[in-house]
Write a protein that binds this ligand. Sequence first.
Ligand SMILES: [Zn+2]
Length: 348
Amino acid sequence: MLDKGKQALGSLLFFLKNPYVLGIVAIVFIITVTVINVVVIMGGTLQSESSDEDVENLYTVCTNGELNKEKFYAMFESAGAFTKKGDEFIAVSKKVSIDPVLLASIAFNETGSGTSKMVKERNNPGGLYDSVNKTFFTYPSLSDGLYSMAKNLFKNYISIGLVSIEQIGSKYAPLGVANDPNNLNANWVPNVSSFANKFGGLTMNCESANLGSGNFVNPVPNPTITSSYGYRIDPITGAQSEYHKGTDFACKNGDPIYASASGTVHTAIYEGWGGGYGHYVMLQHGDKYTLYGHMRTPVVKIGDKVKQGQKIGECGTTGSSTGYHLHFEIQLSPMGERVDPMKFLNKK
Ligand SMILES: [Zn+2]
C-alpha cells in the first residue's frame, strides 16, 4: 500500500516537473475559472431579468383601443391548439365586445398556452363545466369553445363591473378559499397579467385596470371577521362608541398575512408599540393605502413591490391587542381618512 502510494506521488511529481504537462494543467485551470465566471455572470443576469418581470406584472400594460398586432400574433406562432388562431380570438372577442388580449391571456393561462387536454380534446379553453350532464363541455370547434368562454367572461364578470385582471381574479380565483389550501389562486392575477403584457397590453377598460382602482382581496386565509369597522365597545377599556378604524380578522400565531392588492410597501414596523398597531405594514396602491396591524413580524421592507396575495407578514398580537388577530384598514391617505374595508374587499 505504502509503495503504491509513493509510486503515485512520484508519477505526479514527474508530471508537474514536465513543462508541457504543467502548461496543460495551467490552461485547464484558466478555462475552469472562466467557465465558473460566465456561469456566475449569467446567473446574475437571469436573476435581474426575473425580478424585472415581477415588477412589470404589477403594472399591466394598457393601451386603450390599440391592439399591438405584432406582439399579439407573435404569441400564436407556436401555442399548441392556439397556433395561428389569433384571428379567431379577435373575431370572437368582437362578437361579444370584450378585449381580445384579456380573452387570450386567460385562455393561455388556463390551458398552458394551448397545450392542455381540455383544449386539445374538447375545444374547451375556458374549462366550462356542464352541470346537467356532470362533465366538461366538448365543442365541435375551437371557435365554438372560445365563443362560449368569451360569453361566460362577459356575462359573469365584465357585465357586472369586474373588468380588470385583479377584479376578475378576485371572483375567478379568490384567495383564502377552502378548495385552494396551497394558495395557488395567488398566482392567477400575476400570471394572467404577465400574459397580457406579452400580448402587448390590454386594449379595453384601462381606467379600471389601473393599479389602486379599488379591488382588494382578503388579507388572511379563511377570513372570519371578529370586529367590524365603525363604532363599537372598546374591548380593553370597555368605553362605548370607540371608533374602530378597520376590520379585525381572526388568525393564529404565525399565519400568513397577504397583500390585499398589489402595491408598494409604504411603512414596515418590526418592533415597538407602533402607535398601538404594534408591528405593522402599510402598502400604497395608487390612491389608496392598506394597513395590517398587530403582526408578529412583517416579512417585507419599505419600497418593496408586492403582488396581490403575496405574503407580507405573520399574524401576531403586538401593540394594543388582546389576542392574535389582524387589524386591517383601508386609508385614503397615509394615516388619514379611513373607509370601511368590507365595502372594498372582494367587491363583486
Ligand atoms: Zn382592530
